[in-house]
Design a protein around this ligand. Structure first.
Ligand code: NAG
Length: 493
């Protein structure tokens, strides 16, 4: 009997050992190369995903990165996120390599559920020559001072005032900012003003976005949201398709004089493009622009207000600067102009500092399309890479007192090495809009929108926080409750 139970124990021990060995090899199977940056792949399948999500949800994501950088003594580490081995970079030099190597050594890579929702032809997922063309088209329309001055800024000014006019009592700042940003994007790309159609589009768009941000990992748990999102995408696409078809017809009927005198928008650009884009391509592209404008700028607006509220001395300076601009206007209700936008140095510091401490896009996912050699490591072809901008923005090596909101740091241009956008060796350390061929085409437009918004907010309103709220970074950077505030209007606008 005794020997039998001994045998049983021994064989279980043996079995367990074998199991462990198999498990060990399974776990480390995907990390065979000694040349990858150091790291661990965590639990099977889940990897370090849960740990990362917990950190980014907590409002204090830094330890996740800090701990690993300290442990491995290296600015690159290997981890396992969203079902895949991933090289995480907190290294500005490597990030530059990733951004500059677009199409040659790296390409953008997002999970398939995202492409289903956005459309395969969205700017985010486009590659090669087509991406280049669309990207430059967007840049010309959205980033040239010419375009902003003559056609974008007047529209932005008007829409922000129109929206702010109805403010009073309690508002959830993020929701309101989103509404404004959506209307701005619809007007700027399709020349449709705020109204029934825009609201219809916005309702379905919001359902789509809910699905978009139901994390890929949990998509199967939240299939209802995802399913609803797919349905919403159909509605949004149908509405945009109708618009494209209508505009196409109008264009054919239009005389040359009419075409000359009318203000052109993105739909015109698409319809006139030499490539002859298909209607589906145009729809995907317009949808991508909506996403790009709606999921970023409103958060920037909200966070700028949050940081200013938390820093009364910075707020006082912004107020002073904006009141001076308003004071120079002959007519109290005169719109802001390009020269006004260019005369807000401190407000621009606030915008930069907001982007630095709470960059909306904390980094970008890429996949290597060739073996990449870097500082003695090899990132093999096909490897997932996350280039974190946030990790660099919040690094003491590049910014003094990096974790503190301090807009004044941007005033001191002599201090550019440690506090500015350039490292001694050359790679940029401040990349809120990415860089290279995929530089965010809205980098200037976003700044303009936030600046105009701040102008009217601080010159016409006072406000106080209505409810305690929390800044989180997953699945997106945002205020958990949308930053509810009480506002009081002091001046008509
Ligand atoms: C803000 O950052 C940009 C880089 O994105 C830089 O060119 C600009 O000079 C900065 N603004 C200020 C006021 O420092």
């Amino acid at each position: 009997m005794a020997s039998f139970s001994t045998l049983l124990v021994l064989s279980s021990v043996f079995l367990l050992t074998v199991l462990f060995i198999i498990l060990f090899f399974l776990l480390h199977r995907r990390n065979p190369s000694l040349h990858l940056p150091p790291g661990t792949t965590g639990l099977p399948l889940l990897g370090e995903t849960l740990r990362m999500i917990t950190a980014y949800r907590s409002g204090r994501p830094e330890p996740f990165v800090d701990d690993r950088l300290r442990l491995y003594g290296c600015r690159l580490f290997t981890t396992h996120l969203f079902g895949e081995l991933t090289v995480f970079s907190a290294d500005p030099d490597f990030n530059r390599l990733v951004l500059a190597g677009e199409g040659r050594t790296f390409e953008s890579s997002y999970p398939s559920c995202i492409s289903t929702l956005l459309g395969r032809r969205s700017l985010l997922l486009m590659k090669g020559a087509l991406h280049k063309r669309m990207h430059s088209l967007t840049l010309t329309r959205f980033a040239s001072p010419q375009a902003i001055r003559s056609s974008l800024l007047p529209g932005i000014d008007q829409l922000i005032r129109l929206n702010l006019r109805s403010w009073g009592g309690s508002v959830r700042l993020l929701d309101q900012a989103k509404k404004v940003a959506f209307e701005m994007m619809v007007e700027q790309t399709m020349s449709e003003g705020p109204g029934e159609w825009t609201e219809y589009l916005r309702r379905h768009y919001n359902a789509l976005i809910d699905g978009f941000f139901s994390v890929p990992l949990f998509a199967f748990l939240r299939f209802t949201t995802y399913g609803r999102a797919i349905k919403a995408r159909k509605k949004v696409a149908e509405a945009l398709m109708e618009l494209v078809k209508r505009r196409k017809e109008e264009k054919m009927r239009e005389t040359e004089d009419e075409a000359e005198s009318r203000k052109k928008d993105m739909v015109d650009e698409l319809l006139e493009a030499d490539e002859g884009f298909s209607e589906e391509e145009m729809v995907d592209f317009l949808l991508a622009l909506l996403v790009a404008g709606h999921e970023t700028t409103p958060i920037m607006m909200t966070l700028a207000v949050k940081f200013l509220t938390d820093n009364p001395s910075a707020l006082a300076l912004v107020k002073e600067e904006q009141k001076e601009i308003r004071g120079r206007k002959k007519d109290e209700l005169e719109a802001l102009e390009w020269s006004d936008y260019k005369a807000m140095p401190f407000t621009q510091c606030v915008v930069n500092e907001t982007l630095r401490v709470a960059n909306i896009i904390s980094g970008v996912f890429r996949r290597s399309v060739a073996d990449v050699h870097y500082k003695g490591y090899i990132i093999p072809k096909g490897c997932k890479v996350f280039a974190s901008f946030r990790a660099v923005h919040l690094d003491e090596n590049y910014f003094d007192d990096a974790r503190t909101f301090n807009p004044w740091r941007w005033l001191d241009q002599n201090n550019m090495r440690k506090d500015g956008s350039q490292q001694a060796g050359g790679a940029p350390t401040f990349t809120p809009f990415g860089g290279g061929q995929r530089l965010c085409p809205g980098y200037e437009l976003g700044r303009v929108e936030v600046s105009v918004f701040l102008h009217y907010l601080v010159t016409c309103f006072s406000w106080e926080v209505a409810e305690k709220d929390k800044l989180v970074f997953f699945p997106t950077t945002r205020m958990l409750k949308g930053y509810p505030i009480h506002v009081q209007c002091h001046r008509s606008l």
